[in-house]
Design a protein around this ligand. Sequence first.
Ligand code: B16
Ligand code: MG
Length: 218
Amino acid sequence: MISCCIFDLDGVIVDTARYHYLAWRELAAELGFELREDQAEAVKGVSRMASLDIVLRAGGMEGRFSDEVKMAFAMRKNERYREFISKMTPSEVLPGVEDFLRDLRANNIGIVLGSASKNTRAILEQCRIGLWFDAVADGTMIRHGKPDPEVFLKGAQMVKKDPAECVVFEDAAAGIEAARRGGMRSVGVGKSPLLEAASMRIESFEGFTFGELRRKLD
Ligand code: B16
Ligand code: MG
C-alpha cells in the first residue's frame, strides 16, 4: 500500500543543481582552481558542509583550512546561491511535477517534501509550489544528512504515516540510500546510472501517474 509520497527538492521538483554548481565554481575560482561540472555531480543531495569538503578535495585542498575558515567559505557560497535562487520563477518547476501532485491529491495520497537544503522555504516560495505540501522536512530540522534517513522519517512522522507506506522520489544516490535505510521504497528520478538501487526509475514526471506508480510498486 502507498499512502504518502515524499519528494526531494533539488533535482526532483526544481533544478537548482545548476545554481549550486555556479556558486561552488565561483568559490573554487576564488581559491584558484577550476571546478568542473562532473566534479560537482557528487554534491547532489549532500549537506552544505559535506559539499564543501567535496569541492575542496576536487581542488586538492582538503585538510588545509580550519573549521572557522570553512564556515566562512560555505557562507560565501550560500550568499551567492541565494542570489541565484532569488531570481527563480514558477516556470522552473520541472515538467510534469504539478500534474503528478494533482493526481496524488485526487487519490488522497499524502504529499511531503524531504530536502537536505536549508534554503527549501525560499525556493518553495519563489517557485510558488509550497501549498502543495502537507508537510515540509528540510535541512533546518535535522542533525544527520542523507544517506541518513532522518529527513524522510521526520517528514513521514509530520503527517503520521508509516514509512512502509511511503515512497521517496530522489535524484541522488545518497537519497535513495536514505530511503532504503528508513524502510521506504524509492523512485529514482533522472538518467544517472547511480540511481540503480531505487525500487523503480523514471526519467521525468512527464506523463507519469499515480496509477503507474501503484502498478509498479504495490
Ligand atoms: P543548502 P536536496 C540538497 O538538496 C542539494 O542537492 C545539495 O546539492 C545541497 O548541498 C544540499 O541540498 C544543501 O543545500 O546549501 O541549500 O542547505 O537534493 O536534498 O533537495
Ligand atoms: Mg536532490
